[in-house]
Structure formats: C-alpha cells, structure tokens
Write a protein that binds this ligand. Structure first.
Ligand code: GDP
Length: 304
C-alpha cells in the first residue's frame, strides 16, 4: 500500500486521464487510440514506446475485430507488462545479493541531485536490516557535500564510510573501499561516484579507471553498475540514461522521486528503450522509501 501511496500522483494523472478519455465510448476506435497516445506521451512514456503500445493494441483490435473500452484497461496493463518483461524478465530479489559473490560490489553512477546518495543510504539500511555487512566508498571526491552526506547516512545506518580528502583520485577511494570491505569481511560494498556529465569523455575515462582499479582487489568487480535516475525529470532522465550507457556498462536502474511526479510513465519508456532491469524505485526521502521494483505491482498501481 505504500507503493500505491507513493505513486499516487503518477496514477492520478496517468490513468485518471484514461477514464476521462473513455467517457461515452464503448469501443476502442481511432479516436480512443489517439487519446490514449496523447495520454501516454504526456505521462512521459516516450514517443517510441507509446507508438509500440498503440500498435500492439491496434493489432489486438484488428485480430479480435472488436474491443470494448471496458477491456482497454486490462489489455493496456497486459501490453505494458509484456513490454517491461523484456528488461525485467525476473522479479527483483528483496535486497539480496548472490551468495557466490561476496563481497558483492555495487558501483553507483548518476548525475548530481538525482538522489544517488540517498539511494545508497537507503540501500545500505535495507541490506543492514537483512543482516548484511555493508561498507561504503565515497568516491565522489569533487563535492565535499557528497562525502558529508554519505558519512551522515553511514552514521545513521551504522555502516563505515571510506573516504579521502577532496579532489583525491576517485579510483583511489574505490580501491581503498573495496580493500577495506574485503578486510572487514563485508557482504556488500557500495561505491558512490561523481556524475559530471558535461565532460563525457572524462566520465567514461573516470568510470573505466574506477572499475580497473577495484578489479585489482576483486577481479570481477563491480558486480553491479547501478544508474540512478530522477523519475520526476521525465525525458531528462532518458537523456541521462543515454549518456551513461554510452560511458559504461549499466546493469541495473534505480528510479527515484516517483512520489512527487505525475510522470511515472517514464519508467515504462526507460525500461523499453534501454532493456536494463529497473531494480529499485524511490518513493520518498525516508529510509524505508526505497522499494525493489515489481513490474506487475507497478503497472497495477498506475491503474488503481
Ligand atoms: P545526489 O546528489 O544524487 O547524491 O542526490 P541526493 O541523494 O543528495 O538527493 C537529492 C535530494 O533528493 C535530497 O533532498 C533527497 O532527500 C531527495 N530524494 C532522493 N530520493 C528521493 C525520492 O525517492 N523521493 C523524494 N521525494 N525525494 C528524494
């Protein structure tokens, strides 16, 4: 029910609009599909993904000859779930890491302000709750505030934060953190990185170097590259995802601030465009406001 609450705004303007568009309509005709297209685009699903969804529904109308508007809701859910299955084929495990990867190293990337630090803090808290040993690495050495924020979360959650002075090479911090995590018998090591998109080549070089250096300690690290995106920024989040996936191999997504947005549809578009599993969603500022992503629940919550 917290997911429903968190996503209230998304659903209000997403599928509330659908209901309005269907008033006085009994069959799914071109006009209904046009309205649906508009609703999906205005909910930040993205033009290409919207067209895919519309085409799939058109195909069903053509096949079944007739589609009542009362069924549109169900069919739309089905089609969105199918679309999202391509990137989220399996359910996300509840804050668990593979037992054969210990310590499990997560490198977190994303632009400043998207909720990277908060997500790391929330993640640490959830892992800790599961009895896991967590070590954090503050490799965003360009912003004093980022390191302080992470330390604050570390204190709050009770996990050590490995840091060095400002402007140290981020890879040196990552190295220390991974080494320290190994020494402390950590289950999970989470490395924060700087997200300065304006220098794309540098971003790529920096992330590559961080990886290379941590691999000196743990050869198959990082086991996960988690890209954090701010869901409330709509298509900006999509643009950031394009940049980061060019700079490094991203293996999982966390989409934050879905509590404060009318644009929850962006999750559908991102899932479709990047084929990278959405692993976590942020629905508030508190520790417990990070949830593992469940596509069925997510889609259902948009329709409730
Ligand atoms: P960073 O610069 O990417 O590390 O961003 P921060 O973690 O410092 O977060 C920026 C702001 O977004 C902070 O005020 C957070 O409390 C807020 N924030 C992060 N995640 C969420 C979320 O899921 N929902 C809401 N409402 N706020 C969030």
């Amino acid at each position: 029910e917290s997911l429903d609450k968190g996503l209230e705004k998304s659903k209000d303007s997403f599928f509330g609009k659908l209901g309005k568009a269907l008033v006085g309509k009994s069959t799914v005709d071109d006009e209904v599909l046009d309205n649906l297209e508009e609703i999906l685009v205005s909910s930040d699903v993205g033009v290409e993904t919207t067209l895919k969804i519309i085409e799939r529904i058109q195909a069903r109308v053509a096949r079944d000859k007739y589609l009542g508007t009362t069924e549109l809701d169900r069919i739309l859910r089905e089609e969105i779930a199918v679309l999202m299955s391509e990137s989220n084929s399996q359910d996300v495990a509840e804050f668990e890491t593979p037992s054969d990867k210990k310590p499990y190293v997560i490198m977190v990337v994303g632009v400043n302000g998207v909720g990277k630090t908060t997500t790391i803090g929330k993640l640490s808290a959830q892992f800790k709750k599961k009895g896991r040993n967590v070590v954090l690495g503050a490799a965003d050495t360009f912003r004093a505030a980022a390191v302080d924020q992470l330390k604050l979360w570390g204190e709050r959650v009770g996990v050590p934060v490995i840091s060095r002075g400002m402007n140290t090479d981020p890879s040196a911090v990552a190295f220390d953190a991974v080494k320290e995590g190994l020494d402390r018998n950590a289950d999970v090591i989470i490395i924060d990185t700087a997200g300065r998109l304006h220098t794309k080549v540098n971003l790529m070089a920096e992330l590559t170097k961080i990886k290379r250096v941590m691999q000196k300690v743990i050869p198959d690290a990082p086991h996960e590259v988690l890209l954090v995106l701010d869901g409330s920024t709509g298509q900006n989040a999509v643009i950031q995802a394009r940049e980061f996936t060019k700079a490094t191999e991203v293996t999982a997504l966390a989409i934050t601030k879905l509590d404060g947005t009318a644009k929850g549809g962006v999750v559908i578009g991102i899932s479709d465009e990047f084929k990278i599993p959405v692993k976590y969603i942020g629905v508030g500022e508190k520790t417990e406001d990070l949830q593992v992503f469940n596509k069925t629940e997510f889609v259902d919550s948009l329709f409730k």
